[in-house]
Each structure stands twice: as C-alpha cells, then as structure tokens.
Design a protein around this ligand. Structure first.
Ligand SMILES: C[S@@+](CC[C@H](N)C(=O)[O-])C[C@H]1O[C@@H](n2cnc3c(N)ncnc32)[C@H](O)[C@@H]1O
Length: 339
C-alpha cells in the first residue's frame, strides 16, 4: 500500500502499481524530456505503460498536468489523446531566463498541458494584482493614471506616480527631491507608506471588520458617487477591482526561479506549481508526482493543504529532496519523513 504525504525512492512504474484504482485527484509531473545527453535525470521510461498507469490511478474527474518540450512532449500529448483523455488547456511558463544560453534562439519558456481523464473542470482562480502585474511597472503606472483621472484629490497619487515613474518623491510646493528607492523607502512619507502597503499588504489590525464586503457595485458607488452611471469611470473601476480581487489566472504564467533553494538541475518554482494546482485541485485532494526530483510538487501540495505522493528513482536527488521537504514539515510541526 502507498501512504500519502511520502516520497518513495523507487521507479515510479513499480511504485504506481501499489496505488489503488481511481484514487488520485491530480498527477502533476515533469518527466525526463529525453534531450539532455549524459545526464542521469534524463532516463528513458516505458511511456505507454506510464500513461496507462496514470489513467488507472486517476479519478474520473482527475487531471494530468504535464511539463515537457519538443518531440517527446508532442508524443506524450498524442498518447494521452489515444487513451481518451480530454485536452483542457495549454499553459506557457515564462521563466524569463534561458537555461540553454548556447542555443540560437534563447528558450525562455516551458510548456505545460492539462488533460482530464474524463470530466474534470478547471477552477477559476484569482491571482493577486501585484503578483500578476508586479513585473510590469509600466502597466501599474497606467493603472494608477486611470485611478488618478477618477479621483478628485490627486495629491497622493501624484506622489506615488512620481515615485514609480521617476524615482522621485514630490515635496510640498513644487520642490521635488530626487533620491534613490532605498532612501525613499526609509522616509516617513505617507505616499511611500501607501505604496509599501500595496506591495507588501498591511499588518493585521486590532479591530477586524468582516461586515463590509466589496462588490462591483461598491466600487462604482465609491468612484462615481452613484450606481447608475454605468460606463462612467468603467476602466478605472476595473483597475480598482483587479487590485482588490486580483485577475483570473492567465495561460502565460511569469514566474522566476527559486534562486536560493535549488537542489536539482531542473527544479521547478514552488509558486508556479501552486498556481497550477489551484487550477485543478481543492484542499484535501491527493496529488501524485511520479518524477518528483526536488519534491517541489510535494511542497506546493503541502503549502496549499493538498496531500502528496512522490516517486524519485535517483538516491541522491531523493535524499536531497526529503531533506528539503523535512525542513518545511518541521516548520509546521509535522512528523519527518524517514530517508
Ligand atoms: C525533470 S526531473 C523533475 C524535476 C522536478 N519537477 C523538480 O521540480 O525538481 C525528472 C526526475 O525524474 C527522475 N526519474 C527518472 N526516471 C524515473 C522513474 N522511472 N521513476 C521515478 N523517477 C524517475 C529523475 O531522476 C529526475 O529527478
């Protein structure tokens, strides 16, 4: 029998045989892409057997979420179609850096395909405003300009705009202080504090209001003074709404690497995997990663209250991944996994 919330040091094709039929909600995995020469992680596996096992262990509304590239990726997607999985979506992971700088075209993305065994539906997921737009200062400036045009008192917004656009903090009168971002952060300027609040969130307060819920109409009312003026200020309202409620997840996800915690050559960022899991799981679901590597999938599942099962054939990667996972389990006072 297979226990949940464990990584097993074994060939996934053997390990998966011990998983019950229709017991797994999602397989999220990044199999060997089979193009790296002389690298131990790129071992060929029996693909036909693997995808048949994947189908057997998944629940009818379960999903397989598959990273890949090139010929093997197209072949795997065709195999899934032949096994009567239903293709749901393709996601591009924009990693912004090239892992193969010697190639003629700098490849800065990886592809992910999402298929359901039968009748799974992708969740509607909201991504916080700054996580979606944080990489794009110009877009944030445009949004603030929109808000500015809707508000009567623009003094504070002018300061925020000036800070974002010119790295300058306006002082009273027209006197403008030119300064570095770090020294701006150090000042007590209220506008900068507001900016910090937008970026980092606010500390919890001693009085928590739960009686006030935001809705589309709330913002129409706040910004236009009445509920009737549909159309007026609509773009500005959309901006405020996206700041408060976030954006629907997009088919291109920009996500940097987990720079300081890399223990595996093809380690995926945990936050990327959390965003993918949010699309296809709910709390309490069981997530399987048969090619577990650094255990990033397990960590993403754990962080978001999902159960995980992992297989990693290589002893060295397995040991490093369990050590990584145990550090995280320790912070949540969970029992460690024995290597
Ligand atoms: C592309 S890497 C996965 C990286 C992982 N997504 C991460 O974020 O760290 C593929 C992993 O599968 C492992 N592997 C290869 N064949 C395997 C098999 N038959 N069973 C289990 N693991 C295998 C390799 O050792 C490698 O660590």
């Amino acid at each position: 029998m297979i226990e949940a919330n464990r990584i097993y040091n074994e060939d996934c094709l053997l390990g998966m045989q011990r998983i019950d039929d229709a017991s797994v909600d999602v397989i999220l995995t990044d199999p060997p892409y089979l193009y790296l020469k002389n690298q131990k992680l790129d071992r060929p596996f029996n693909e036909q057997r693997f995808f048949s096992e994947a189908k057997r262990v998944l629940k009818p509304d379960g999903f397989i979420v598959l990273f890949g590239r090139g010929t093997s990726f197209y072949r795997w997607n065709t195999m899934l179609a032949d096994l009567e999985f239903t293709f749901k979506e393709e996601i591009i992971w924009n990693k912004s850096y090239s892992s193969s700088p010697l190639m003629n075209i700098s490849r800065i993305h990886e592809t992910v395909s999402i298929h359901t065994k039968k009748n799974g539906t992708i969740n509607k997921v909201k991504i916080p405003y700054l996580e979606m737009k944080g990489h794009d200062i110009d877009a944030i400036v445009t949004d603030i300009k929109r808000l500015k045009s809707a508000l009567k008192n623009t003094k504070s917004l002018d300061a925020v705009l000036s800070f974002l656009e010119n790295n300058k903090v306006p002082m009273d009168g027209d006197n403008v202080l030119s300064t570095s971002i770090s020294s701006v952060i150090g000042t007590q300027n209220r506008c900068v504090a507001a900016m910090r609040g937008i970026q980092n969130g606010m500390n919890e307060k001693s009085i928590i209001r739960t009686d006030f819920t935001y809705s589309r109409n709330t913002f129409k009312h706040l910004l236009t003074g009445n509920n009737e003026s549909a159309g007026a200020g609509k773009r500005e309202i959309n901006v405020v709404q996206s700041m408060v409620f976030g954006y629907n997840e997009k088919s291109i996800i920009k996500q940097g690497r987990d720079h300081y915690t890399t223990i595996h050559p093809t380690q995926k960022p945990v936050r990327l995997l959390e965003r993918l899991l949010a699309l296809v799981t709910k709390e309490g679901d069981t997530v399987l990663d048969p090619f577990s590597g650094s255990a990033s999938t397990a960590i993403a599942a754990w962080n978001t209250n999902r159960n995980f099962i992992g297989f990693e054939i290589d002893k060295e990667y397995y040991n490093a991944s369990v050590e990584r996972l145990n550090k995280i389990l320790a912070t949540t006072k969970q029992q460690k996994i024995a290597i």
